[in-house]
Design a protein around this ligand. Sequence first.
Ligand code: NAG
Ligand code: NAG
Ligand code: NAG
Ligand code: NAG
Ligand code: NAG
Length: 882
Amino acid sequence: MIGGDRRGFLLRFLLLACLAVLRLGEAECSAYFQPFNVSYDHRALIIGGKRRMLNSAGIHYPRATPEMWPDLIAKSKEGGADVVQTYVFWDRHEPVRGQYYFEGRFDIVKFVKLVRDAGLYLHLRIGPYVCAEWNFGGFPVWLRDIPGIIFRTDNEPFKAEMERFVKKIVDLMREEMLFSWQGGPIIMLQIENEYGNIESSFGQGGKNYVKWAAGMALGLGAGVPWVMCRQADAPGSVINACNGYYCDGFRPNSGNKPSLWTEDWDGWYASWGGRLPHRPVEDLAFAVARFFQRGGSFQNYYMYFGGTNFGRTSGGPVYITSYDYDAPIDEFGLKSQPKWGHLKDLHGAIKLCERALVSSDSVHYLKLGPLQEAHIYNGTEGMCSAFVANVDQHRSATVHFLGKAYTIPPWSVSILPDCRNIVFNTAKVAAQTSIKSTEVPYSNLSLGQIILMRNGHSYISKSWMSLAEPNALWSNDTFTVQGILEHLNVTKDRSDYLWYFTRIHVSDDDVAFWEENKVSPKIEIDSMRDVFRVFVNGQLAGSVVGHWVKVVQPIKLVQGYNKLVLLSQTVGLQNYGAFLEKDGAGFRGKVKLTGLKSGDIDLSKLSWTYQVGLSGEFRKIYSIEENEKAEWTDLVQDDACPAFTWCKTFFDSPEGVDPVALNLGSMGKGQAWVNGHHIGRYWNSVAPKDGCQKCDYWGPYHSEKCTTNCGKPTQTRYHVPRSWLKSSDNLLVIFEEFGGNPFDISVELHTSEMVCGQVSETHYPPLHRWSYPDSLLGTISIDDPTPEMYLNCEEGHVIGSIEFASYGTPKGGCRNFQRSSCHAADSEHVVKEACEGRNSCSIKISNAEFGGDPCRGIVKTLAVQARCISSASSKLGASAFK
Ligand SMILES: *[C@@H]1O[C@H](CO)[C@@H](O)[C@H](O)[C@H]1NC(C)=O
Ligand SMILES: *[C@@H]1O[C@H](CO)[C@@H](O)[C@H](O)[C@H]1NC(C)=O
Ligand SMILES: *[C@@H]1O[C@H](CO)[C@@H](O)[C@H](O)[C@H]1NC(C)=O
Ligand SMILES: *[C@@H]1O[C@H](CO)[C@@H](O)[C@H](O)[C@H]1NC(C)=O
Ligand SMILES: *[C@@H]1O[C@H](CO)[C@@H](O)[C@H](O)[C@H]1NC(C)=O
């Protein structure tokens, strides 16, 4: 006992010491948690001896910068997450076999420690196959060159490499004291990833591999549970977990395993030329509530923050650079509202139920109507929590439950932490909406900043320089062989670009034949992915974009020798499917020149000279050191940055803390670097005109259901993390493939410029008002049951002006609210008093607050639209008032 107390004291002391040190910013804290063990039973994970109901925030560390990590983790915690979940990205951690890299955005130890220091748990999904819409699914490209290798099956070379890397990561976490039993945050691991989807492709080898992978993982002595997601045959103690839009019907493969949801798809990824997917938060909250209602115990948002595929990390076919995912925290690190806020309320409601949910071994089921049902968790000591669902997609339902009548909106769940009081309904959103804008930074507000305006648009620079990429051999590393080699076999993914050079001799006869018959010769390729271009005698003769499509490209040849150049380009390597090692890139099948008088020429019979990449890429002319050495020439204003040209400029960064984006909508396709940091590929590829219908939250969601952005480029704005910028003279280097106008590139600030709230008397009071009085176990109580509106601007901003406020029966929604005849005259005054000049405010939804009842017997609503302004500019405004 005494020993135990002393340990407790020492730990508390250590914790305090840690916090003190953290405040001084001198060193890292090394013990936040007291060591605890993690196990599980049929109901839940057992953490330090207690079953827990857990919500988890998916964040992939390399999709943000280390400077962004603390804020992302803090916003996850504030949003009610208990856990942070991430994959581990093998390709970047071991870029060369046996040479490991854990720096910068890949400093996984630092990331895990930040999660620990925030007091959150961590679920580490090692894979090491991760899919993740990441280049090659996270496999290093060198892996495919290991003799005899077949990925993800009972194959000795693959198993040896996989085991070595998984052990490396587990050992690293152990050395850094990051497992729960060491006082670290890691409560759970993952081996493999959605293997069940492809297992049948491997026959018995697949089955053996699953057993081997589980045994290998368990043999590493990590001391915390392992999961396999989408793996119905997960062996022994490994928990099979669910991934999907809904997982409430999921049951693990053994009665001793809890129901875990490793990937709750709260949005979806996008491809170049695709629409942008959105999942309504009412449906997402419904899915989560249904999961806990029907016995689930751990749920992870995939993604809570999606972030950015910087560099060439995005997978394929052709995934965009943004990995926003419509997540509760947007690509730039700002809250996406009302998604973030409504889920925070949901998590609060689930927390209030936790004690009953974990102390109950079985659930009582009540059918309340044809499409209505309740699940009741009767815990110890009179504790009782219930979920009441109406899964009718169209109609509200009035149900009778434990002696009371409740009206439940369509496709929604009401949560009753004490079986008596509804504290939350998934379809009733009280959280604010935020409207994001990309503001042009104003010169007159940020002192000394130069703003450049042209045709009403801002642009970042009026002086650009250019440098043409040679359409010729420049490398000292070229080689010549007979035949068409496979793309990845040559590039090893050192670059997106692979050039094939040859010469073709054309006779008089052929030219006469083409002229007589009015036909042209064609390059024909059986199958090609992602981008193919052909140049004849130095001129671009055609381009094809697609995923394993046939190429039939007419070209023009002249009599005599013709220089023929084929360019194969990748836009993110395949990240999903069986036999990735064979998938490859570039061309498949026959490559021919057809339409000659004498018949077709099999081009694989010719001698080809191979060159990997771009000259500028290999000279690193995008870097601060090397760009000075290159032979740039001035680009004349109103001139394009031509196809296959490097263009550069210097720009000042906007002041303040708002995230920064470059708008590259005036460019074609290519890659961009800021101060040597690769901000990603860009492509002004336009989404289809059709398919963006009006979106209703009810009914099963799928990725095509609530898309936006029809007829517009899929992505024009590219995140440049603040930590990559200096205040002035930032080097921007662009490699442009199609030709575009760099003079129209602008730098934009990403902010929530407007917030709107719409809360009525029938909304539930804020979750944080509910509590369990110590004396009355099983009963929750509330000091004040009045609903409230809560408004909040981003950090560094305050509510600047109230553009609309009406307490009564206002109509419309954010950006088109209108008063009706029922309107409290005090509305605007009350809201202004409460909110103006503040970062956040709350207003009670009651007649008393607004000087009386504006219309008796009618349900009143408060609707507010407010503008957020930067705190700096508000200070100027405030002093003007006084
Ligand atoms: C965790 O479990 C191990 C093995 O059963 C035990 O030795 C250790 O004391 C436990 N640690 C804690 C903190 O309970
Ligand atoms: C569960 O708790 C509720 C509310 O306290 C009670 O009405 C009900 O009878 C209990 N059910 C069981 C099976 O114990
Ligand atoms: C600052 O400049 C912008 C753009 O020209 C203008 O609209 C705005 O009124 C100016 N603001 C102030 C405070 O002068
Ligand atoms: C090619 O050039 C690079 C850079 O100038 C040099 O480092 C390398 O050794 C050269 N390789 C060969 C094979 O000459
Ligand atoms: C790539 O290279 C490997 C080993 O050199 C070879 O076995 C394989 O057939 C090549 N792939 C293709 C598609 O040419």
